[in-house]
Ligand binder design. Structure first.
Ligand SMILES: [Fe+2]
Length: 511
């Protein structure tokens, strides 16, 4: 490495502190790794967060975003120093350390910092011997018992080719406690006509190709700024591996052995690029991403995996009604039932990738109907029944996947409807990915009385503001996903009152 020692590198980085967010300085030594994919934090607990980055070895030192090499040459370990502080100038340091990144994990860093103070904002940065990263900001979860309001953004479906990430620039400028991503963080396939930018390379099937695809997405400055600004929680959907996959196969990859090798590569690349703790890494044949977070006594948040353990897709709606079919798998169902049975918070949010509501018309292609909860009707009945039986306070479902903003009131059982609601559901539209036709969305709204709002032509994200008395959700749409400088507007907003699982419209339904 170069002649600049780490202390000098950090000092030089401090001299550049001027505005938020800071940009990483370009690599100073030719061929030396850089922090070109940015920094991230995640998994906020009252006493811990995970810090993430990944070193990139530029092929051409003048072009830090040259990710073209799909097969990277083996490279040795590279040490990075990390620091976490109470101020963005990183002078009030609370902890620091050294981490050895290795080629086996794409020189990614997953540092679980413990012993932090609850409900506190922190700033962090990484440095190699030659270069410092951008400064990231993060926040721990509130202390046990807290009823302080919590505000977070949630998002899904960010096809790189189908739009720019103006939504993330907007998000990065807000005051949020965390960000929740509900899946389709990357897409494996190119969308062809009408794209505003292009993926590099083919549909990924190998580890190198999945790493390159994640790097392409993470090269986006707006996505980087949203990661740098907040702690993220993430679940995945199908496109992190391949469209409409189910446990050990997919419609386009029916051979389990070959598919599982591809899934292993996809899971490893997902781990390498997400701010998740190092202990979830068990070899990548399986990866446990379900988790449970508490934000004081105000909000409990369950994160579900609806891909890894599901029954194979049904061939017809008659088959979809088979009571043995599972979306979450028996272990995850048991885990969730146990968690819900001891849930104490005022609001109980269950995050899963897709639309939970029944959608008996206007849902488009049959393959997509059968891929969603409508293809797993008994599993949906069990999930709703579990929430009902646990008697949790104020159940709220959130999802994505369908590239449509939906707001719905859920009955206790779609198969035997009875008066009264069990829960509300908010489904966030896509950050950029193509939505259904206006006709299909209108039919979904008209044909399903529990769905109160539907908009599939707009793209953006959602913000939830949770307090002791109300949960408010705002759907924010970007003015034009093809415009990198697009602004956002309020598409619709709703409130839910404590104890009343019903939607109160509070903002315009403009489109
Ligand atoms: Fe999607």
């Amino acid at each position: 490495m170069g002649s600049i020692n780490r202390r000098q590198a950090i000092g030089a980085g401090l001299a550049a502190v001027a505005a938020w967010p800071l940009l990483a300085r370009a690599g100073e030594a030719p061929g030396a790794p850089t922090f070109a994919l940015g920094v991230a934090s995640g998994c906020p607990r009252p006493d811990s967060v995970v810090l993430w980055t990944r070193l990139i070895f530029p092929e051409a030192p003048s072009d830090p975003f040259s990710f073209a090499p799909v097969v990277e040459a083996p490279r040795g370990p590279v040490e990075i120093d990390w620091v976490i502080a109470l101020d963005r100038e990183l002078t009030r340091i609370v902890q620091s350390g050294r981490y050895e990144t290795v080629g086996d994990f794409a020189h990614s860093a997953h540092i679980e910092v413990t012993g932090l103070e609850a409900g506190m904002t922190y700033y962090y940065r990484f440095a190699t011997a030659t270069v410092a990263s951008a400064v990231g900001r993060t926040r721990t979860a509130p202390p046990a018992g807290s009823m302080e309001p919590v505000t977070f953004a949630y998002a899904s479906c960010q096809h790189f080719e189908q739009g720019f990430y103006a939504a993330y620039r907007d998000m990065a400028g807000r005051d949020l406690d965390f960000v929740l991503h509900l899946g389709d963080y990357i897409y494996e396939s190119s969308s062809g006509a009408g794209r505003v930018r292009s993926h590099d390379g083919p549909i990924p099937t190998t580890l190198g190709e999945f790493r390159a695809r994640h790097a392409t997405y993470k090269s986006d400055a707006n996505l980087q700024s949203a990661h740098a600004a907040f702690a993220w929680l993430l679940i995945w959907d199908d496109h992190e591996v391949v469209n409409n996959y189910y446990s050990d196969a997919a419609p386009t990859a029916p051979q389990a052995e070959a598919f599982l090798a591809r899934r292993r590569a996809a899971y490893q690349a997902w781990y390498e690029h997400m701010p998740v703790p190092p202990h979830i890494e068990p070899g990548f044949d399986n990866l446990t991403i379900r988790d449970y977070y508490s934000f004081g006594s105000l909000l409990d948040l369950a994160l579900l995996d609806a891909r890894q353990y599901r029954t194979h897709v049904a061939q017809s709606l008659a088959e979809a009604a088979d009571p043995d079919r599972t979306m979450l798998g028996p272990d995850q169902e048991e885990w969730l039932a146990r968690r819900l049975s001891v849930a104490q918070a005022r609001w109980t949010m269950i995050a899963q990738p897709t639309l939970l509501s029944e959608r008996v018309s206007g849902s488009g292609k049959e393959a997509d109907i059968l891929d969603g909860w409508d293809g797993y009707q008994a599993a949906r009945r069990r999930l709703l029944g579990m929430v009902d039986a646990a008697g949790v306070s104020n159940p709220v479902f959130v999802g994505g996947d369908v590239h449509t903003f939906y707001a719905a009131e859920l009955p206790r059982d779609f198969l035997e409807p009875a008066p009264g609601n069990l829960a509300v559901e908010f489904t966030v539209g896509s950050i950029t990915s193509n939505g259904p036709s206006a006709k299909a969305t209108a039919a979904a709204l008209a044909g399903n009385s529990h769905i109160k709002f539907a908009e599939g032509q707009q793209h953006g994200y959602a913000i939830a503001r949770v307090s002791a008395t109300r949960l408010e959700t705002q759907f924010l749409a970007v003015s034009d996903r093809a415009d990198p400088d697009a602004t956002t507007f309020n598409l619709a907003s709703f409130a839910v009152a404590d104890g009343e699982p019903a939607l109160i419209t509070t903002g315009p339904h403009t489109s």
